[in-house]
Write a protein that binds this ligand. Structure first.
Ligand SMILES: Nc1nc2c(ncn2[C@@H]2O[C@H](COP(=O)(O)OP(=O)(O)OP(=O)(O)O)[C@@H](O)[C@H]2O)c(=O)[nH]1
Ligand SMILES: [Mg+2]
Length: 678
């Protein structure tokens, strides 16, 4: 069986836990391919992948960096993704648009859990992916133990393509299980052929059998050969592996040390042989071949020099500079190499290029040169739900419009940032995935838009209600200040209502003691008062009935009755035992089950009412703990949750109900609101 090398432009995403060496790997791939002549380092802050000031100041990736380069006569685009789970959206969006992904990990058992969201994403969508176990120059864990632990969280079987040579401290080379030959890493990045070390024969034979048996699960001919103890030809095994990889049926595992160039060329070769062609990827995601040009925006950048750049994958056809997409002209087409861009006249299917000034398009959009094409489910991007928020304020009041504009641009760049102008608390809220995520976004707002700003803790939208009734409480407004006077006189009954009823106003006026035309004005006065009750918060769940009153033929007016309504409320409400209501959220916390007991304690400590826990559907070894937790306890929950769970815990939440709060906690809330109102 001949194994034809795929051709045409292709693309991959480098994903993996925080600091596993993705950006270093990209740098060393570029060097090995001859796309750069001198490599940068994380320390010097001069790697192609981490060009933005926010990435450099933190020595970590904070958004997708794209690098398109020539590898042995074919174009390859690599999307280097940030590893921090706070930037998971970037990885998800990148994985949607590429032909294959490389999950870069370091052999550390504590960090296996951090690969779970990525491996699930890849597994569910059957996106072809391989594992690159990096940093083998200083591995502290046995590689075999690590791969076996990783296999426990992967949906697809993991299959070793290589066996490392060396001890658990340091790896000096590898045995290629398909070719059955061994190589030693050298300082210049080339691998030098050596004999398979004598002591490794059994280990190699075992690993090779595992590989063949894993492949045979997907191929009956191979299975028959193995059952008859026949040794399949290398070419045939390569072809089997190639097919199974392309269908996303299993993930091959390769090794190396990116920073030392070890295993980097081998990885590039594996990518060259195995990453599917553009047409196969289009078929995988459910896009027909032929027809109009179709591209998808994977990432949006707002740059100082070139305005808005939309990083887009060409799914179908050849996109030409100056052509129209979704009725809009493409102002420019460029290949990216980190921050650098090079204009090109066209981009073929499989390429990932930057489109200039497509102001109206957004990340995720599928753009066609002709009739609109609906995005197949496999490439629909979903925004990850936010778990952390800060209220943002411009230092100068005059900058408020600029602030809103800047925040919306940030959200345009990163769909997991959400800007919300909260009508209840009157705060401009920025929602995201955690502290670092928001810090980076705000730093960008300061740097790019020259906008001095500060942040505040989000205000909890407390409410208040009453626990007792009051009857016939009078509100009388009378003013005689020369000329026309003002007169309104009302009597109100007040009654508590069940949660969720709101303010219900009615009247029992007979005999016209309050003329009909003034009754809506009384209701207005009541509503007006309810914006801020005796404790200082909006009033809810109260029935107010206008039962009696009087008027003056000349001096009564709508205004006067509105004021009378407000006065009556002001007199009546404090008599009705006002009580604070705090918002309670239903929270589902997702964690590896070794942390379940810990998390229950954490939630109880935050006044949470634990409802129970169960295995998280589809997540092997994970639990979901459900609880009802006061909103005031939620703002920094994600920070503590992550620090307790090696960064992988997360939660969903939704408003559930309002609940009475009394005692010292309530007194503190009321006192703080009174102070803020001064
Ligand atoms: N020992 C060793 N260290 C490495 C290797 N590759 C990368 N590193 C180091 O690992 C750290 C993180 O490297 P990066 O390339 O920034 O990792 P990353 O995965 O891009 O990190 P994020 O994008 O922030 O998730 C740096 O200190 C690198 O010098 C390697 O092969 N061996
Ligand atoms: Mg990085």
């Amino acid at each position: 069986m001949a194994n034809k090398i795929p051709s045409g432009p292709r693309s991959i995403a480098l994903v993996g836990p925080y600091s596993s060496g993705k950006t270093s790997l990209l740098e060393n791939m570029l060097l090995a391919a001859g796309a750069i002549s001198r490599k940068g380092t994380v320390k010097e802050g001069n790697m192609v992948g981490d060009g933005s000031p926010e990435a450099q100041s933190r020595q970590m990736s904070v958004e997708i960096s794209a690098a398109t380069f020539d590898h042995m006569g074919e174009l390859l685009t690599v999307l280097d993704c940030p590893g921090s789970l706070e930037f998971l959206q970037e990885s998800c969006n990148a994985m949607i648009g590429v032909d294959a992904a490389v999950v870069v990990c370091e052999p550390d058992l504590d960090r296996v859990g951090a690969t779970m969201p990525l491996l699930r994403f890849l597994g569910e969508r059957k996106i072809p992916h391989m594992i690159f176990v990096n940093k083998l120059d200083r591995a502290s864990t046995s590689v075999a133990d690590f791969v076996s632990a990783l296999g426990g969280v992967s949906q697809q079987p993991l299959v070793l393509r290589q066996v490392p040579i060396g001890d658990d401290e340091s790896v000096t080379g590898y045995v290629d299980l398909l070719r059955e030959c061994a190589y030693r890493y050298t300082d210049d990045g080339e691998s030098e052929p050596i004999e398979i070390p004598a002591g490794m024969a059994d280990e190699v034979a075992r690993a090779r059998t595992d590989l063949l048996e894993a492949l045979a699960d997907f191929d009956d001919t191979l299975l028959e050969k193995l059952l008859e103890d026949e040794i399949p030809p290398v070419g045939e095994v390569f072809a089997n592996l190639h097919d199974a990889f392309q269908q996303g049926l299993f993930a091959p595992v390769l090794f190396g040390a990116a920073e030392r160039q070890s295993g980097v060329r081998r990885l590039l070769k594996a990518l060259r042989h195995d990453v599917p062609e553009a047409a196969a990827s289009a078929a995988r995601v459910g896009l027909d071949q032929g027809g109009d040009v179709v591209v998808q925006v994977l990432k949006t950048y707002h740059t100082a020099s070139s305005g808005k750049l939309s990083l887009a994958r060409v799914w179908r056809g050849t996109l030409k500079d100056g052509s129209t997409l979704k009725g809009r002209r493409v102002a420019s087409l460029s290949r990216m190499l980190g921050q650098a861009t090079t204009k090109v006249p066209e981009a073929a299917a499989g390429e990932i290029v930057a489109l200039g000034r497509m102001d109206a398009v957004q990340t995720g959009d599928l753009l066609s040169s002709g009739a609109e094409v609906a995005a197949p489910d496999a490439i629909k991007m979903e925004a990850i739900r936010p778990v952390y928020a800060l209220a943002v304020k411009a230092e100068n009041r005059a900058d408020e419009v600029k602030l809103s504009d800047a925040l919306h641009k940030l959200a345009d760049e990163d769909p997991s940032l959400i800007v919300e102008s909260n009508l209840e608390t009157h705060q401009m809220m920025l929602w995201g995935q955690g502290e670092i995520h928001l810090q980076v976004a705000l730093e960008r707002a300061r740097n790019k838009y020259n906008l001095p700003l500060h942040t505040e803790r989000p205000t909890v939208p407390y409410k208040e209600t009453v626990r007792k009734t009051a009857t016939r409480v009078q509100g009388r407004h009378k003013k005689q200040s020369g000329g026309h006077g003002q007169f309104g006189d009302v009597f109100l009954d007040i009654k508590p209502l069940p949660r969720g009823s709101g303010i219900q106003f009615s009247d029992k006026i007979s005999g016209g003691v309050v003329p009909k035309q003034y009754i809506p004005a009384v209701a207005h006065g009541v509503q007006d008062y309810c914006k801020r009750g005796p404790l200082g918060f909006p009033v809810v769940d109260v029935a107010v009935t206008l039962v009696f009153g009087s008027f003056h033929a000349v001096d009564s007016s709508e205004m006067a009755f509105q004021t009378a309504g407000r006065i009556a409320m002001g007199a009546a409400m404090p008599q009705c035992r006002p009580v604070l209501l705090e918002p309670i959220f239903h929270v589902d916390v997702h964690i590896p089950n070794e942390f379940t007991a810990h998390i229950q304690r954490l939630l109880s400590g935050r006044r949470g009412q634990i409802l129970g826990f169960e295995a998280r559907a589809g997540w092997h070894g994970w639990d979901t703990v459900s609880a009802q937790v006061p909103q005031s306890e939620l703002p920094d929950l994600i920070i503590e949750l992550r620090s307790l769970t090696r960064g992988v815990g997360t939660y969903d939440n939704r408003f559930d109900h309002l609940q009475e709060l009394s005692g010292k906690l309530a007194d503190d809330v009321v006192a703080a609101a009174a102070e803020a109102a001064q």
